[in-house]
Design a binder for this molecule. Structure first.
Ligand SMILES: NC(=O)c1ccc[n+]([C@@H]2O[C@H](COP(=O)([O-])OP(=O)(O)OC[C@H]3O[C@@H](n4cnc5c(N)ncnc54)[C@H](OP(=O)(O)O)[C@@H]3O)[C@@H](O)[C@H]2O)c1
Length: 278
C-alpha cells in the first residue's frame, strides 16, 4: 500500500543523495508532467495543522493556509507560504464568501485535491475548567459553532467545483469529545464536534456521486496548545497506550485519507487516541 509519502512517489527517481527540498519535489512532479496537488488547510500555524502542512509540503503538495495570525516564514518553511496564506477569522461567517473568493483567485482555475477543516476552538473557564451546558454564554455557543461547524460547511459548499475537478477529498477534524462527556472539553465544543461528525456523513453521501470523498478524524489527547495542563496526570493513566499523541501522528492519518491509498474510504471517522475510546 503506497501512501505517497515522501521518498515514495514524487521523488522515486531522484539520484541518491539529492537534497529533498519542497521545490525539488515540486519541480520533479512538473518535469514528469504530473500535476502538483493542492491542499487548503485551515489552522496551519501551529499544532495538528502545522504538522499536517509540513507533511504535505514534504510530499510536494502546494499548501494554501488560513488562520487569524499572519504567516510566520521561520516556523512554516513551505513553498509560497506567504502568498498562499489567508489571514482571517473563520468564526465570522460573513467573511467566508470573501475567503472562498480569495482561495479561488489563488487557485486560478487549478483543481483542489484536499480540503482539511482543522481550525477549531475549545473555550475553557479562566481557571481552565470545562464550560458546561449551564454556564456557557450565547456568545460562546455562537463563536464555537461558527468556527467548528459553519466554516467547514461553507468551505465545502463554496469549493465544490474545485474539489470535483480534482476528484478530491475533504477531511474534517472532529474529537473524541464529540461522542462522550470529556473532563476538560466544554458542552459547546463537544456538541459542535458531534455535529461535524454528522456533517461528515451527510457530505460523504451528497458528494460521493461527484467523486469527492469526505472523512473525519477524531483525535483524543494530542500534545498541542489546546491540551489541558492536567491531561498527563488525570487522563494518561486511563489511555491504553499510556501517553498522549503527537501532531505528527495525526498528520499521517490525514495524509492517508487524502491519498489514493484511501480511494474507497468515505464517510468514515477515524479515532486517533491511543485506545482512549475502548
Ligand atoms: N489537541 C488535541 O488534543 C485535540 C483533540 C481533539 C480534537 N482536536 C482538534 O484538532 C484541531 C486542531 O487542534 P490543535 O490542538 O492543533 O489546536 P491549536 O494548536 O490551538 O491550533 C488551532 C489552529 O486553528 C487556528 N484558528 C483558531 N481559531 C481560528 C479562527 N477563528 N479563524 C481561523 N483560524 C483559527 C489557529 O491559528 P490562529 O490562532 O492564527 O488563528 C491554529 O492554527 C481542532 O479542530 C481541535 O478541535 C484537537
Amino acid at each position: 500500500m503506497s501512501l505517497e509519502l515522501p521518498n515514495e512517489n514524487l521523488i522515486r527517481d531522484l539520484p541518491p543523495g539529492t537534497h529533498l527540498g519542497c521545490s525539488v519535489r515540486a519541480d520533479k512532479a512538473h518535469a514528469d508532467g504530473r500535476q502538483q496537488k493542492t491542499i487548503l488547510l485551515t489552522g496551519a500555524s501551529r499544532g495538528i495543522g502545522h504538522a499536517t502542512a509540513k507533511l504535505f509540503s514534504d510530499a510536494g503538495w502546494r499548501i494554501i493556509s488560513c488562520a487569524r495570525q499572519p504567516f510566520d516564514g521561520e516556523r512554516c518553511p513551505w513553498e509560497a507560504g506567504h502568498e498562499d496564506h489567508l489571514q482571517m477569522d473563520l468564526s465570522d461567517h460573513r467573511m467566508l464568501p470573501r475567503a472562498i473568493a480569495e482561495i479561488r483567485e489563488r487557485l486560478a482555475g487549478a483543481p483542489l485535491h484536499a480540503l482539511v477543516n482543522n481550525a477549531g476552538v475549545s473555550p475553557k473557564t479562566p481557571t481552565g475548567d470545562r464550560m458546561t451546558s449551564l454556564t456557557t454564554s450565547t456568545e460562546t455557543w455562537m463563536r464555537v459553532f461558527h468556527l467548528n461547524l459553519v466554516a467547514p460547511i461553507l468551505l465545502a459548499q463554496g469549493l465544490f467545483d474545485e474539489l470535483r475537478a480534482a476528484s478530491g477529498s475533504i477531511v474534517n477534524v472532529t474529537s473524541i469529545a464529540g461522542s462522550r462527556v470529556h473532563p476538560f472539553a466544554g458542552s459547546a465544543y463537544a456538541t459542535s464536534k458531534a455535529a461535524l461528525a454528522s456533517l461528515t456523513r451527510e457530505l460523504a453521501h451528497d458528494y460521493a456521486p461527484y467523486g469527492i470523498r469526505v472523512n473525519a478524524i477524531a483525535p483524543g489527547e494530542i500534545k498541542t496548545d489546546m491540551l489541558s495542563p492536567d491531561t498527563e496526570a488525570r487522563l494518561v493513566p486511563s489511555i491504553p497506550l499510556r501517553r498522549v499523541g503527537t501532531p505528527d501522528e495525526v498528520a499521517k492519518v490525514i495524509f492517508f485519507l487524502c491519498s489514493d491509498a484511501a480511494s474507497y474510504v468515505t464517510g468514515a471517522e477515524v479515532p486517533i487516541n491511543g485506545g482512549q475510546h475502548l
